[in-house]
Design a protein around this ligand. Structure first.
Ligand code: ADP
Length: 319
């Protein structure tokens, strides 16, 4: 399957700018519309949810572009954010209709990503300079700074790895290799490889997926997705906490007894580089959930979560 083609959203609007004539499946998915909404007039489309605010604004501005598009045959490009993802939107006038093409921007947030990389690099530079300025002569300081340098280098490595993973899953060139996966043993494998980091906080890892349960998924991507959620469930957990992986009907859940996520952060945690303030003591790139979300989207699944501060978080994968 060529996902790049599927992921280009096309919306056709009549020349009077009153009505959407048609939209392909990718556009419907990107905008979270239902068929009924599409059949309504623009006036009714104003009822967009908050997440579609930028799209809604663009629709209102369409009459301003009319002259350039219709008379001067121009193509207009705007960059808009829809449901926390960035898109290039190309507007053209073809065959007496307005054609809107939505393409997800892969790793557009270059400014932010370079900024994020600068932080550990700057820390490494400062540590090296402090060592050079004399700290190297004090054995305990020298050991301390070397340990910090090692930590910063690890952080940099994780960030680069996560950036590569994210750009890979967003590249549009992934062909999903769907196979039947044995859920119980796959979860078991991931939980046991997380055993040592869980043991540091005496966290119990529990696999409640019934034996012989199967799921159709791309094995590599699915493992990446599950590993990320289990990793977070351990990282943001408390001492003597628990992590449970369950299957109820067709829903896989990853549940923890950790610090939880404040309500005001819930809609932002899937954004690239977003980290909740109260989590900054824990090492991370802020890209893990963006990768998880991209893998979920590639499979056409749903991801939901429930979280309560100081009680825990539950992520649900609905296949
Ligand atoms: P990070 O590398 O920071 O873990 P993620 O994208 O995986 O990045 O997660 C984004 C943010 O969401 C985290 O910084 C953390 O604040 C919050 N978060 C994710 N999973 C959990 C969880 N299981 N419990 C509490 N907070 C979580």
């Amino acid at each position: 399957m060529d996902f790049r083609q599927l992921s280009t959203g096309i919306i056709i609007i009549g020349s009077s700018l009153q009505k959407i004539e048609t939209a392909n499946n990718a556009a419907i998915k990107i905008l979270g519309w239902d068929i009924e909404t599409i059949n309504q007039n623009f006036t009714n489309l104003k009822q967009f949810s908050e997440g579609l605010a930028e799209f809604s604004k663009l629709i209102k501005e369409l009459p301003n572009y009319q002259k350039d598009l219709v008379e001067n045959n121009k193509i207009k490009r705007v960059e808009i954010k829809i449901n926390h993802q960035y898109y290039n939107l190309y507007l053209q006038f073809i065959d007496n209709q307005f054609v809107l093409e939505l393409n997800q921007i892969i790793y557009q947030d270059m400014k932010q990503s370079t900024h994020e990389l600068k932080r550990p690099i700057q820390n490494i530079k400062t540590l090296v300079e402090t060592l050079q300025m004399g700290a190297k002569n004090d054995q305990s300081k020298c050991d301390e700074y070397l340990a910090k340098l090692n930590q910063e280098a690890d952080r940099l490595g994780t960030m680069v790895q996560d950036m590569l993973s994210l750009s890979h899953v967003l590249s549009g060139s992934i062909e999903l290799n769907l196979t039947e996966i044995d859920l119980h043993s796959r979860a078991e494998k991931l939980l046991s490889s997380s055993q040592s980091s869980a043991a540091n906080k005496n966290i119990e890892l529990i696999n409640q997926i019934p034996k012989n349960s199967k799921i159709k998924a791309d094995a590599k991507l699915f493992e990446h997705l599950l590993a990320n959620l289990i990793d977070n469930a351990i990282k943001y957990n408390r001492e003597n906490g628990k992590v449970l992986v369950k299957l109820t009907d067709k829903t896989i859940s990853i549940e923890d007894t950790g610090r939880g996520i404040p309500k005001e952060d819930l809609s932002k945690i899937f954004d690239q580089f977003y980290r909740v303030k109260h989590s900054l003591d824990v090492q991370g790139s802020g890209l893990g959930l963006a990768i998880v979300k991209a893998i979920i989207d590639l499979h056409g699944w749903q991801l939901e979560l429930e979280s309560e501060l100081d009680k825990g978080t539950k992520f649900y994968i609905k296949s």
